[in-house]
Design a protein around this ligand. Structure first.
Ligand code: AMP
Ligand code: ZN
Ligand code: FE
Ligand code: FE
Length: 287
């Protein structure tokens, strides 16, 4: 029997992916995956529609990618925490996620205002409509820039002169230590997403990762397209040193990115460890 194919990081239209949760699970099965995690930014809204459409033979790991910040440097660094199999009704997490989603909306509206002040023809109602009720993010503003013919694709929209720097505003994220503790308290398993992805911006020092491990962090995402082979190796080495599990994932976003489902995968042993540590909800499988 061949090893199961496990992809633990994907986005749907519940945040800034372009496939609906139902389309996402069907695409995951078509891509030959055995396990897929739905990890939309700061929301669990995609869980129910993904479960309802789950194809036979595919296991769904319900999760989220939490927008976090670390205040150990000035200005604070933003980072992403994947959270798996947590109780979606945990009052603390529900409140934090709702707060972040509202803050994201305010921030995106202000970014659109900055663009408009410079004469860029994008409209906030259209950006909001493009998010279609999902968590709003820069990819939705990027889509508006593409529609306006100002950039060719999402990657170009993230250049420094656009959303990468010039028009980028900070988000009101969750303190990362609070996030790790809240996820664990809700029975979830926290994994640091793309921790060494220097091409996305400044990265956190290894000392912070050691402190997070002591606070309950379970793992590091090593294999990710935004991390070079050297960065992936560094993450693996650090995980081994700290006793953390290691994941690999596509971070699929539909047509907002070029990466395909299953482009990077997680070893069955690491997945087993996540299951062993989880106590919020279980994976879902039919048939
Ligand atoms: P936000 O959460 O609003 O700050 O937007 C960040 C999101 O945009 C992340 O989920 C990334 O997947 C996506 N993103 C960041 N950089 C790029 C890029 N260069 N090209 C395409 N998508 C990107
Ligand atoms: Zn995203
Ligand atoms: Fe991320
Ligand atoms: Fe992501």
């Amino acid at each position: 029997m061949t090893s199961p194919r496990i992809d633990l990081h994907t986005h749907s239209t519940a945040s800034d992916g372009t496939l609906t949760p139902a389309e996402l699970v069907r695409a995951a099965a078509d891509a030959g995956l055995d396990v897929v995690a739905i990890t939309d930014h700061d929301t669990t809204a995609g869980w129910a529609p993904a479960v309802a459409a789950l194809p036979t033979g595919l296991s769904l790991v319900r999760g989220a990618e939490l927008s976090c910040c670390w205040h150990g440097v000035e200005p604070a660094l933003s980072l992403h925490l994947l959270a798996y199999l947590f109780d979606p009704e945990s009052p603390e997490l529900v409140a934090e996620l709702a707060r972040v989603r509202i803050a994201r909306e305010t921030r995106a509206e202000r970014m659109v205002a900055l663009l408009r002040a410079d004469g860029v023809e994008v409209s906030w109602p259209q950006v909001l409509a493009g998010a279609a009720g999902g968590t709003v993010g820069r990819p939705h503003i990027a889509a508006a820039l593409i529609r306006a013919g100002l950039v060719a694709d999402t990657a170009e929209a993230f250049a420094p002169q656009w959303l990468g720097e010039r028009y980028r505003l900070p988000k009101d994220d969750i303190d990362v230590f609070r996030a790790v503790e809240s996820v664990r308290a809700a029975g979830g398993v926290p994994v640091f997403a793309h921790p060494r992805a220097s091409r996305r911006g400044p990265i956190v020092p290894d000392e912070l990762i050691a402190d997070l491990a002591a606070a309950g962090l379970a793992g590091l995402e090593a294999d990710h397209e935004d991390q070079s082979p050297a960065e992936q190796a560094h993450a693996r080495g650090l995980a081994a040193e700290l006793g953390l599990l290691v994941t690999g994932s596509s971070d699929f976003h539909g047509t907002h990115k070029t990466v395909r489902l299953g482009a990077f995968t997680t070893a069955p042993q690491a997945y087993e460890r996540i299951l062993d540590e989880a106590g919020g909800v279980t994976p879902v499988a039919t048939g």
